[in-house]
Design a protein around this ligand. Sequence first.
Ligand code: PLP
Length: 355
Amino acid sequence: MQQPEPQSFDRVLSSMCTEPHPAAREAAERFLATNPGDPATYEAVASLEERAVELLATLADHPTPTDAAGYVTSGGTEANVQAVRSARNRHDAGDVNVVVPESGHFSFHKAAELLDVELRTVPVDDDFRARTDAVEAAVDDATALVVGVAGSTEYGRVDPIPELARIAHEAGARMHVDAAWGGFVLPFADAEWSFGDAAVDTLTIDPHKFGQAAVPAGGLLARDDAALDALAVDTPYLETRSQATLTGTRSGAGVAGAVAAMEALWPDGYLDAVERATANAEWLAAALGDRGYDVVDPELPLVAAALPESEFDALREAGWKVSRTGRGELRVVCMPHVTREALRAFVADLDRIRE
Ligand code: PLP
């Protein structure tokens, strides 16, 4: 059978993944047959993973990047599940709860179900950020984890992380930041989100999103080893004694690609990408605003605007890969592969549809 062509990125406006950097592509292919889940056998990729954690910790302003705990996950979902699991395992109460703003990614629902913890979802304010009064009201002695989002999936918003961390710790809970998408943008933005800005315990930051690594490469970071120790199980048939990851065999391609992308792009290449994406998001928001649509002011390079369903459907019909927020707004993620030319063609198609 003839193989289908993979999806071209030309008209992809909804994805949080992007075209991998050429160095990431090459490194991923070289390490395709390696397994960082067995570090005593696959030593080269195991040391690359240490480098990946150090680089991620540098981006997330960890106080001592060379000592940061963490690993390269299969994606943001695994990192979030593991953060919930670690906090649950470290908490004294038998039945624990996790407090998540309603803007939190659906991976927290998976985590709660898998781990049998209660998920307390709290409302966001008019600007789609976690309401600290609601979080304060939701926490109690059985709260194991408070989650803040740094770059929300629908609107690209950053929750008030330092305040959420204070609330978490006063309640005896741990603080997790989900910067799966935002983590490669926020080092260049004026926001408080990182280990350096707040008493964050664990943090999700995915190279396979804005980091331009090859899929699968997510990232879980922790302030100290205890967070990962709480995840470790014995591994009798391996030469290493324990394993803290969720999956056993893992992608060496993901690890090698992540390191290659970060070494090629941090910091100047990422800064360029963020500046281009931000200018594109502002351009698109203005173009949609000029046409009379209600636009959610983009803070990070993600634009949401209220479009009639018929126009949304016609754009999909024209081949544009766009998606909608839970409230039904059009959502365009200005990833590194999204060019101004593509956005101009998109707006031209919209004008044609509106005629
Ligand atoms: N967290 C956030 C904020 C996300 O936007 C996403 C996905 O878009 C995830 C977690 C889940 O990441 P993944 O799809 O890599 O599992």
